[in-house]
Design a protein. Sequence first.
Length: 322
Amino acid sequence: MSRKNNNHLYFSIIIPTRNRGTLVKKKVEQLSKLDYPSSNYEIIVVDNNSEDETLKILGQLSKKVKNLRFFSEGRRGPSFARNLGIKQAKYNYLVFTDDDIFISKKYLTDYEKAWKKHPRAVVIGGKITAIFKGKKNNRRQKLIKNHPWCYADLDLGPRDRQLKPGELLFSGNMSLKRIHKNDGNVYFNEFLGRAIADNIIIYAEDYELCYRFILQMKEVWYTPSIGVTNFVDTSRFSSKYLAKRYFLCGLENYIMDESLSRQFHSKHHSYWERMKESLWGVILDFNSGFFRSFCKSKYDLLTILNYGLHLIYVPNKKELQK
């Protein structure tokens, strides 16, 4: 769909991908058929060091989808990929989505309405509904309900609302207004959203981004009318996956809080500080050098506490059984 001399906003849609050539092909084809002028948006795919035929597939697609551009990022992690996409983007209204997210044809139309409704915002995001393929499964639905953040499921209510510190949007359905093309900013914190081992990626880069902007007294908005669907792989409906996510949450919170506390010392009451307050009475009762040294090891303590939280909070064995 293309129209000339229109008053629509211009968008750059950025998608990171790795080893998902078939999925990203479907995603690009879906984005090419939006009910929005094709001259007013571009599709940027950043291949994150794939070992399949993703680049070959993108090369073939670019011959048919004229507003598609693709790039390669060798450093593994969605933050590296998205920041490269931002650097390469032609337009200042940036939209972030993932290759396993299903969107409607009115996706950019809905974002355009939201930006015009909230012109002072710097970030706008919408509702994400996590679903799984196959037959109805009460166990999986319960896991999504009990642990929505583990499955990127987000519902902050039926009305538009400005986010407060500690609230977040997910990068699978988020839009950012860049100041200008060469503003020099690194938007996604590259100490988060990165691979730390072959099969281990730490996240929370979207959480940190929202938190940072809110602490800068900038407006971050949730708009439920911009809804998407997240297809969750069935392998994630297991106690092993949940334990891993809760465990890594400790590291993610530590990195985020260290970064934000240094930037906003007077404003940011960090995760660690809240944890320390709740544990201070216990620490006083154990007046030993070993215990105090252990508590000063923030990463170890946080990951162990988050893992302990998993053991307490995640579904019991009966709930995890099919």
